[in-house]
Ligand binder design. Structure first.
Ligand SMILES: Cc1cc2nc3c(=O)[nH]c(=O)nc-3n(C[C@H](O)[C@H](O)[C@H](O)COP(=O)(O)O)c2cc1C
Length: 177
């Protein structure tokens, strides 16, 4: 395990994020992971955050509400995990074990209970210290129309009805397994 400075990996993170990276959680004994394409690394209150956007209907939303932590798992060899990223972005983990379905190996986190993933070794461990609901009246109408058209209900992995909770995950550890 090699500890890393997240700021040195920003180009890689920004390159991979729009293609889909993983956001992993653990609540009690239940592990889950989902694909995300939105997020930011940034600084507020003198702390470094990985900020993620999770629609209300996602199983991941329940997991983070309960655990207040997550890991971000950034592919370093996309070809080898492309199928897993697609699967984890199109199925709810509520009644599935997406890790075993995709042949992904869960590895215990260091400072959080949320897991690292052997096959996706670049790991950012985060503790949620702040969260915010989107203020709908501040979202430009063209974005409301394109991102929240309201025609796919919450229980569908492609739901577009729900809005997002913004979770500010303070980065507490970052490493390559
Ligand atoms: C490339 C890609 C990016 C995605 N980005 C996000 C995102 O940033 N936030 C979000 O709430 N859902 C996003 N999704 C949708 C979730 O990954 C999908 O609904 C998933 O099935 C949710 O899993 P869960 O119910 O187990 O949490 C994305 C899907 C794909 C394929």
């Amino acid at each position: 395990m090699q500890k890393i400075e997240v700021k040195e990996y920003l180009p890689q993170i920004m390159n991979e994020l729009p293609k889909g990276i993983l956001l992993s959680t653990k609540n009690g004994n239940k592990y889950n992971t989902m694909t995300i394409g939105w997020g930011q690394v940034g600084i507020e209150w003198g702390k470094m955050f990985f900020t993620v956007y999770v629609r209300h209907g996602r199983f991941t939303h329940k997991q983070i509400e309960a655990s207040k932590e997550f890991t971000v798992n950034v592919p370093t060899d996309r070809k080898s995990v492309a199928k897993a990223i697609a699967y984890c972005g199109s199925r709810s983990g509520e009644n599935l074990d997406k890790f075993s379905d995709c042949g992904l190996t869960v590895v215990d986190g260091i400072s959080v209970n949320s897991p690292a993933i052997k096959e996706i070794p670049l790991t950012i461990e985060c503790k949620v210290i702040y969260q915010q609901e989107q203020c709908l009246e501040n979202i430009p109408p063209e974005i409301l129309a394109s991102c929240y058209p309201q025609d796919i209900p919450s229980d569908n992995p492609r739901a577009n009805r729900d809005f997002h909770t913004v979770y500010y995950g303070e980065i507490v550890h970052a490493y390559i397994l």
